[in-house]
Design a protein around this ligand. Sequence first.
Ligand code: PXL
Length: 268
Amino acid sequence: MTKRILTMQDLSCVGQCSLTVALPVLSAYGVEAAVLPTAVLSNHTMFKSWSYLDLTPEIDNIYRYWKENGFRFDGFLLGYLGKKELMDIAERGFDEFSAEGAKIIIDPAFGDNGKLYGGFDADYVAAMRNLLRRADVILPNMTEVCFMTGLDYREKYDVDYVERAVLEMRKYTDATVIITGVELNGKIGEAINCGGKTQYVFAELLPARLHGTGDIFAAVFAAEYLNGASLEESCAAAGNFVGDCIRKTDKSHFYGANFEEVLHGGRS
Ligand code: PXL
C-alpha cells in the first residue's frame, strides 16, 4: 500500500523550500502527500522582505473535517512551522491522526550557519525542543542542535564535538537523532544515533551552500524511510539527491537548489 504522509510546514509562494519542495519530492518518491500549511508567505525569509499570513486559526476547522472523514497518516514530516503555538497543534495532530505505527519525523528548521532564521526567538527554540520528545526521528543541523542544547556553535570541529552534540541532543528526546550537514574530513554527511554508537553517512562536500537543501533532504529522507529503507540508506539517498541538486544549480541562482531537474531525470 502507498504510504500517506502529512507534511506540516509553511507555503512560501516563491523560494523552493518547505511545501514547494516537500510536495513534488514526496510524490516523485511514491508517497501520498497530504499537507497542513502553517502559514502562507509571499516568499521565504532569506529574501529582503516578505508577507506572512498565519493559518493557525484555520487548523481547528481543518482538523474537525479530517476527524469527520476519518483520515489517518502513516507518517508526519514537520519542517518550518513559524509560530510556537503550532507545537501544541502538531501534537494534537499526532494524537488524532496517526495510523498504527506512524512515524513522526521532525526537522526543527529554524536556523542555519550559526543563526536563527528571521522571526524566530529563544521561546520558539524551547517549544521546538519540547516537541522533539514526540518524534521518532529528528533532523537538526548543527546550528539547531547548538540553539536547543546550549552547545557552543563552531564553524570547524572534529568528531568529538559531533559526538558531544549528539549526546546533548539525546538529553531532550528518545528519537533517533540525525544531525545533518556534518562536515568532517572534507566530506559532508549525517551523524545517526539511536542510543548506541553513532553511525556516519558521508557524501562529497560541494563548495555551494544553498537555501532549502535541508527541506529537500528531509523530504527524500522521509519518503525513503517510510517506504522501508534503513536510516543509513535513507540518509545516503537524501544526501546524494541534494548533492545532485546543488551540482545542477546555476551559479547565478541564489535562493534555492535546482531539485526540479534532478526529479525530472537529471536533464541539463
Ligand atoms: O528552508 C527553511 C525555510 C522554510 N520556510 C521559510 C523559510 C525557510 C528558511 O529561511 O524562510 C519561510
